[in-house]
Structures are given as structure tokens and as C-alpha cells.
Design a binder for this molecule. Structure first.
Ligand SMILES: [Zn+2]
Length: 273
């Protein structure tokens, strides 16, 4: 028995569903033509049924129910609904989120266990998609986008690659208790089922957008308007906004021995100096 299995014992039904899912995942191989058709089917169904997307592949609004719909289509078309079935058998809830805090990866699958001490305590799962990465991709920075090794032509396709990757994380967690997209098993599943050749996306991160569009990166000297005053500082980091450190006698001491005040400024309001 693995350490994880000892810590989180499963009920017999949950154990069976995990084994079924393991076998299905390991045996599923989808050939390219069928896969392309299935990708198209997901694409068109999501686009045609969402009130937020407004029939625009480079949509500017999206809801968590769009993520849920896309997830279920993938589960049904590619895996016969076995991921949902395993979630039910394991008594686990799955939620979807649009995250403003994820700024480096396109998505994330999280597992939480509400009660660690209880035997058969069901895990809860969340698939989150990064709003900053999704909307910076096919935004104002123009370059070809590859995600999971596949070229994407619009934002909806980029979202599909994120969902495929995260769905596999969830399926691995349900089947084997743990998931690692740098490990061989994940890579093989991703290739056989979704035709992915890489685990990582090359979507546009807020960091890249800041550099390409505004010439700003961590370490850049910048100026910006703050309540009518022109302030000068150094970019410390770039997430949803840039963190700019402005020298100040009353500020917080930093490791370089100087004191700074910290400002959070939208990247478009910074001028490199
Ligand atoms: Zn991953």
C-alpha cells in the first residue's frame, strides 16, 4: 500500500472507480483524426452554448459554467464520463474557478481534504484557469501560441489545451492519488489521449506582455503618476500589476540596505526611464 493510500483509505466503491479509471486512462489511445474531430466538437459546443462567450473564439468574457461545460464534454467524449463517475464514487466535489492570482501557469488543479483525521474523508477538487494568462493570450501581443506542444489559433483553443492538461491532473489524482506532469505516466497519457507533446504552455504571461508592449521588466527603472505626483522607482515584480519600489526615507528596509515604499501599478501606467 502506498503512503498516500495508507493516509487516505478509500471505500470499496471508490477503490473500484480508481482502478477502472486507471485502466481506462492507460488503455485510451485516440488517433489523430478522431481527436481533431473531438476537439472541434468541444470547441463548437462550448462556443454555441455560452452566453458569455458570445460566439467569439477570442472572447472577452467567460464564466465558470463555461469551464464546467467544457470539462464535461471532454470527460464524456474522450473518457466516457469516467472522471465524473470516479468523483461521484469517491464522494468528491469538483469546482471551477477563474483565478486572477495565477499568473505564470494557465491552470491549476487543487485537492483539499476538509477533515484529515476522518477515514474515507472525501477530497474536494478545484480546477482553476488563469484570467491574466488567458486574456493576455491572443490579446495585444502578437505571436504564434503553442500550448502543450500544439499550435493554437485563438483563445478558445488555448483554453482547451489548459482544460485537457488540468483534466488529466484530476484524473491522475483520482486514479493514483497523485499527479505529476513532468513524470512519464502523465506525459504518456497526455500524448495518447490529447496528442500533447509538451507539458508546458507558451501562452502570453503578464510578464511577457509587460516587456513586449510596454518595455518593462523586473529591474526596470520607471516613472508613474501617483495622485498628481510623478514618482520614480524600480519594478520589483510583475503579476496582475507591477510592484514598484520607490526610494523613501520612511519606507520599509530592503535587502539592498535602502528603504522603499511599495506601489502596485497597472503596467500600462508605467513609463520606462
Ligand atoms: Zn501540470
Amino acid at each position: 500500500m502506498s503512503d498516500a493510500a495508507r493516509r487516505h483509505p478509500k471505500s470499496p466503491a471508490a477503490h473500484d472507480s480508481a482502478t477502472t479509471l486507471q485502466t481506462l486512462l492507460l488503455e485510451t489511445r485516440i488517433e489523430e483524426r478522431a481527436r481533431d474531430q473531438a476537439f472541434r466538437q468541444v470547441y463548437e459546443t462550448v462556443l454555441g452554448s455560452s452566453t458569455y462567450l458570445g460566439d467569439k473564439p477570442n472572447f472577452t468574457r467567460i464564466g465558470t459554467n463555461d469551464l464546467a461545460r467544457m470539462f464535461d464534454l471532454y470527460d464524456r467524449i474522450f473518457l466516457g464520463g469516467e472522471v465524473r463517475r470516479a468523483l461521484m464514487a469517491q464522494n468528491s466535489k469538483l469546482e471551477f474557478a477563474l483565478s486572477r492570482r495565477l499568473t505564470r501557469s494557465g491552470g491549476q488543479t487543487k485537492r483539499t481534504r476538509p477533515s484529515r483525521s476522518q477515514a474515507f474523508s472525501p477530497a474536494q477538487y478545484e480546477i482553476a484557469v488563469s484570467v491574466p494568462v488567458l486574456f493576455a493570450t491572443f490579446g495585444d501581443v502578437d505571436r504564434p501560441i503553442r500550448a502543450c506542444g500544439r499550435l493554437c489559433y485563438d483563445r478558445l483553443e488555448a483554453l482547451q489545451r489548459i482544460m485537457e492538461h488540468e483534466l488529466l491532473h484530476l484524473a491522475e489524482m483520482l486514479g493514483w492519488d497523485r499527479s505529476n506532469c513532468s513524470a512519464n505516466r502523465f506525459r504518456n497519457l497526455a500524448t495518447n489521449i490529447f496528442g500533447h507533446t509538451e507539458s508546458h504552455h507558451q501562452m502570453i504571461t503578464p510578464q511577457e506582455r509587460a516587456m513586449v508592449q510596454f518595455g518593462v521588466k523586473p529591474g526596470s527603472r520607471v516613472s508613474f503618476d501617483w495622485e498628481g505626483k510623478q514618482l520614480y522607482g524600480i519594478v520589483n515584480s510583475i503579476r496582475r500589476r507591477a510592484t514598484v519600489l520607490v526610494p523613501s526615507a520612511q519606507g520599509t528596509p530592503y535587502s539592498d540596505g535602502r528603504r522603499y515604499d511599495k506601489f502596485y501599478v497597472p503596467v500600462e501606467c508605467l513609463k520606462p526611464v
